[in-house]
Ligand binder design. Structure first.
Ligand code: NIG
Ligand code: FE
Length: 391
């Protein structure tokens, strides 16, 4: 195992709570260095006091941040929904029903095609600084198709989510109760060995509060931990249910009552905001400021999927969150790194402090603020994952 010192860092985001200040949650260090030993961070601090290491990398006055933790994506799919996007941009509205188009294409694809597609979007995300990602099933909706999606995903990440309850399968259009029984029975049995999490789309046109509760409690009994697609398209019971069941995260949170905000602020469920979805469905933005001011923990993720948010770019989501959701650049960068880690209940990623994985991105900029200040510019010039330079 060899050690490496990355030095001449103009500004380092550590997300180390012991370095937090009144102005920023990021635990910033100026003129910094990081020492990596094997796959972990061994030391962070000012360059002038960096210990010696086997190798030395000079990043030339650039900024370094923890690799992004994208805690919400749907990357096991086939096909494309360009026409649906085009129709929306001429005024049509988004509905959960579009998921059926991707279900048909996904069922028709081979394992090899699904895996090649997944790898393509993962490498795209990695080049943009994402070093940890969660991904879901939800475009198979049969026992075999959901289990194979999870099997394929689990070869590429530990953060795999069973989303058999994405919509009622078209095969059960007249029998939603029968579909919930399948999702909580035979399908759960086939899927649980490949997943860590269980999720449900709690929404009009998908699953109501009672159905969502049945899905999540069955998953918990089978050893999966809950997370919920909640309050995306309308007000509803999803957020309260997520907090009640101690879900790691309530995702979307676009339509929240004061009681929903209070519940998130009091519980340990993270509010995961997915601005790519509002961008791509021309919907109202989630109000991050309201959640932060109430004391809720906020994560930012891409929701990358072919229907409602076809972006793998966390920097793009940061820029949207700063411009339109009331976040400061520091809050948005925290939410896309440490916040994502919280949403996955991980302490080994999303921060650059001794003991954490050496997952980091080097920006071609003097500070992380440029991620919002220079939207759409590919600022990530180097990505390190588990102590190795990978992009
Ligand atoms: O998170 N909300 C549910 N699922 C996805 C959309 C999936 C699709 O439209 O294909 C989402 O936005
Ligand atoms: Fe989603």
């Amino acid at each position: 195992m060899s050690s490496t010192v990355i030095t001449n860092i103009a500004s380092l985001v550590t997300n180390d709570p012991s370095r937090e200040s009144a102005d920023s949650p990021l635990g910033l260090i100026q003129h910094a260095a990081v020492v990596i030993d094997g796959d972990r961070i061994a030391w962070v601090g000012e360059s002038s006091s960096a210990p010696a290491a086997d190798n030395r990398v000079d990043v030339g006055g650039r900024a370094v941040i923890p690799g992004f933790v994208d805690s919400h994506s749907h990357l096991v799919f086939a096909g494309d929904r360009t026409q649906e996007f085009n129709a929306r941009m001429s005024g049509r509205s988004y509905s959960a029903g579009g998921i059926r188009t991707t279900v048909a294409a996904t069922r028709a694809a081979t394992d090899g095609e699904l895996e090649a597609n997944l790898v393509r979007y993962l490498s795209e995300a990695l080049r943009q600084g994402t070093t940890t990602f969660e991904t879901k099933s939800g475009y198979g909706l049969t026992v075999e198709d959901e289990a194979r999606a999870l099997r394929i995903a689990s070869a590429h990440t530990d953060e795999v989510t069973y989303l058999g309850a994405h919509i009622v399968s078209p095969d059960y259009a007249d029998d939603p109760a029968g579909y919930v029984a399948l999702v909580t029975g035979e399908m759960l049995e086939a899927c649980a060995p490949h997943a860590r999490w269980i999720d449900v789309f709690c929404e009009k046109g998908a699953f109501d509060g009672d159905q969502a509760r049945a899905v999540l409690t069955a998953g918990k009994r089978r050893g999966l931990q809950p997370r919920v697609h909640a309050n995306q398209l309308s007000y509803g019971p999803g957020v309260q249910l997520a907090v009640e069941l101690d879900a790691a995260s309530a995702d979307h949170c676009t339509h929240l009552t004061d009681a929903d905000v209070d519940a998130l602020a009091q519980g340990s469920t993270v509010a995961t905001l997915l601005p790519g979805a509002e961008f791509s469905t021309r919907a109202e933005w989630p109000n991050a400021r309201r959640l932060l001011d109430a004391g809720a923990t906020v994560a930012l993720s891409t929701d990358c999927n072919p229907g409602s948010s076809f972006t793998s770019s966390v920097p793009f989501c940061i820029a949207l969150a700063v411009r339109d959701m009331g976040m400061t650049p520091d809050e948005a960068v925290w939410s896309a790194t440490a916040g994502g880690a919280r949403a996955l209940r991980r302490t080994d990623v999303g921060r650059l402090a001794p003991g954490a994985y050496a997952d980091l991105a080097v920006l071609d900029a003097p500070s992380h603020v440029h991620l919002a200040y220079r939207p759409g510019v590919p600022l990530v010039t180097e990505v390190w994952r588990r102590g190795s330079r990978v992009a």
